[in-house]
Design a protein around this ligand. Structure first.
Ligand code: F6R
Length: 608
């Protein structure tokens, strides 16, 4: 989704802005633009399409400005076009604004400003910000920006420059991500730290309703009452970056192959095998409260929601808690009693998903204990929750989430064990889970060795237009996640279903052109899954099954099968999803799809 990068220092701004935009490309966008000030004049360059096109447009331009703002836009209000691309400006073209988020009351503000004579050029919600600042400006730009922000309803990360104010970049945050990077006599702002990787590892994470002013040799941060704030500078580690493809054709493939390591990183230093417990420093501050919790509600979106679905079963099997799971985008419509007995657990790779953030804010209002599982350090969800656990999986660049999903499942297991060991889980049960967890990285490596076999099977199935994915219990979410992977990157219609539901409707779809991917591990669901597969075969449906080596019955019944190593049932989804990630990847590759940046999708979904 929209990406922002800003610079204020001593170096020419344009190359830094372009480089930053390239690092934000993975978030998903359809147009790009930048503004700098040259000889007291605002210079704005925009394009529809790729940042490389914007770079070409800037190539012949003599501009030595050492401050500026830039943006990749993911269209919400108004189609992708140069006019609608950011930066947006006021009537005098002295003010330039880039924005991530949505101004919900923009129509009302636009009408009010039009009545006062302001002329609008775009269909964007963002343009009202530039005009409102112009309207509020008397003699103090900071006051004009603060007055403007007071009028805005919605979410925003904003970066603003004014051609009368040399070397000053103004940053505002409410609800959308924007962080400040501190260099040597140079300052940056960006939607995420990846954009700043080559320039600085020192970051300040702004909270909502904070306002930063970047100058070439100083910066300050204020609240909306215009009071200066002291903010901590966080230093990021090298591992928090690493954004090259390391020889893989796509980030998605690289990230699938990184899973032995990302799974290990999720439990590294967090398990004490000979005590059968997990050690989660991030939960220690709330441990007393956690012991009193009766109910947990998991909220998340997309792949993180599927992780939550598996998490529900894991928590049910390891703790005494009542567990509910809800899509973050639906959570706020529910009438739920959320008091201090209830914990709300948000799961989010990006830590910035607007639906999840809105849901967690709702839970905060009602007094629940807020917990998080977040990959991106210092992000809004990590900040707002009372306690939580980081994935430490490194950046995930491919839009389709892979390594974070399996990492989330590991952390959910550790969290459930953390709580369960204060309840009824015994040492030996804890010990068994941790021993199984430790074996996972090698078992994943074994699956990845089968890459070629999966590629061949994917090629065989890539001509079909529809797929059904089925599973039961822990692997019902695996079916949903497998189907999501296929549809998002290959644009093939796929449905993930609990296998038992098949006979209540979807089975009518089955014929020789509608294959089914059945997830059939050897566990308590095995016999029932075999029955479902028989039902499909009886209707000429093709079966590709994901199963275990010793599962002779299902292997015989299937047209094709992929075997994964066996682990304890609560961890089996971690292994079962890996061939499905590879299957989706190779089908999409066979079809020539833009795997890392599928159409219409964004990596960090910062609008509700
Ligand atoms: C799918 C995918 C999305 C995200 C969803 C939530 O592959 O990546 O469905 O899982 O947008 O994102 P986060 O986890 O960042 O909150």
């Amino acid at each position: 989704m929209c990406g922002i990068i800003s610079y204020c220092g001593k170096r020419p701004a344009i190359p830094i802005l372009i480089d930053g935009l390239k690092r934000l490309e993975y978030r998903g966008y359809d147009s790009a633009g930048l503004s700098t000030v040259d000889n007291n004049k605002m210079v704005t360059i925009k394009t529809v399409g790729k940042v490389a096109k914007l770079e070409n447009k800037t190539a012949g331009i003599q501009n030595s400005s050492t401050f500026g703002i830039a943006h990749t836009r993911w269209a919400t209000h108004g189609k992708p076009s140069e006019i609608n691309a950011h930066p947006q400006s006021d009537c005098t073209n002295k003010i330039s604004v880039v924005h991530n988020g949505i101004i919900e009351n923009y129509l009302e503000l636009r009408e009010e400003l039009q009545k006062k004579g302001h002329r609008f050029k775009s269909q964007t919600d963002t343009e009202v910000v530039a005009h409102l600042i112009e309207d509020n400006y008397e003699d103090d730009l900071e006051v004009a920006i603060l007055k403007t922000v007071e009028r805005l309803v919605g979410t925003f990360g904003l970066a603003i420059i004014h051609s009368d104010f040399d070397h000053r970049v103004f940053i505002v945050k409410r609800g959308s991500p924007i962080i400040i990077g501190i260099g040597d006599d140079e300052y940056f702002a960006a939607s995420d730290s990846n954009a700043l990787a080559p320039y600085t590892h020192k970051m300040i994470y702004l909270s909502d309703d904070e306002f930063a002013v970047l100058n070439s040799n100083k910066y300050y941060i204020k609240n909306m009452k215009n009071q200066i704030l002291e903010k901590k500078i966080e230093i990021l580690e090298e591992d928090d970056y690493q954004v090259d493809k390391k020889g893989f054709e796509h980030y998605m493939l690289k990230e699938i192959f990184e899973q032995p390591e990302s799974i290990k990183n999720a439990f590294r230093g967090r398990i004490i095998i000979n005590e059968g417990v997990s050690k989660l420093g991030g939960l220690e501050p709330v441990v007393d409260r956690l012991k009193d919790i009766k109910k947990m509600i998991i909220i998340s979106c997309g792949t993180s929601y599927h992780a939550g679905l598996v998490g529900r079963y894991i928590f049910e099997s390891l703790t005494e808690l009542d567990i509910e799971i809800e899509l973050a985008s639906e959570f706020r419509y529910r009438r739920l009693k959320l008091d201090e007995d209830v914990a709300v657990l948000a799961i989010s790779q990006s830590g910035e998903t607007a639906d999840t953030l809105a849901a967690i804010k709702e839970a905060k209002r009602k007094g629940a204990l807020l917990l998080g599982i977040v990959n991106a350090v210092g992000t809004s969800i990590a900040q707002i929750t009372d306690a939580g656990v980081y994935n430490h999986a490194g950046p995930e660049i491919g839009v389709a989430s892979t390594k974070i999903y399996t990492s989330q499942l590991v952390i959910l297991t550790l969290m459930a064990l953390f709580i369960g060991r204060y309840q009824s889980i015994s040492f030996s049960e804890g010990n068994e889970i941790l021993c199984a967890l430790k074996k996972l990285p090698d078992q994943v490596k074994d699956i990845l060795k089968n890459d070629n076999q999966i590629k061949k099977i994917a090629s065989k199935y890539s001509g079909y237009n529809d797929f059904l994915y089925i599973g039961r219990l822990y692997n019902y979410p695996t079916a949903m996640e497998g189907a999501l992977k296929l549809k998002e990157i290959s644009y093939i219609h796929a449905e993930g279903y609990p296998a038992g539901e098949m006979k209540h409707g979807p089975i009518s779809l089955i014929d020789e052109n509608f294959p089914t991917i059945a997830i059939v591990p050897i566990d308590s669901t095995y016999d029932k899954m075999i029955n479902n597969v028989h039902e499909i075969k009886a209707r000429n449906g093709k079966i590709l099954s994901i199963t275990n080596e010793k599962a002779e019955k299902i292997k015989k019944l299937s047209d094709d099968f992929i075997c994964v190593p066996q682990t304890i049932p609560i961890l089996q989804p971690i292994l079962n999803i890996i061939p499905l990630q590879l299957f989706a990847y190779y089908v999409a590759r066979e079809k020539g799809c833009d795997i890392d940046k599928p159409r219409n999708l964004a990596k960090s979904v910062t609008v509700e």
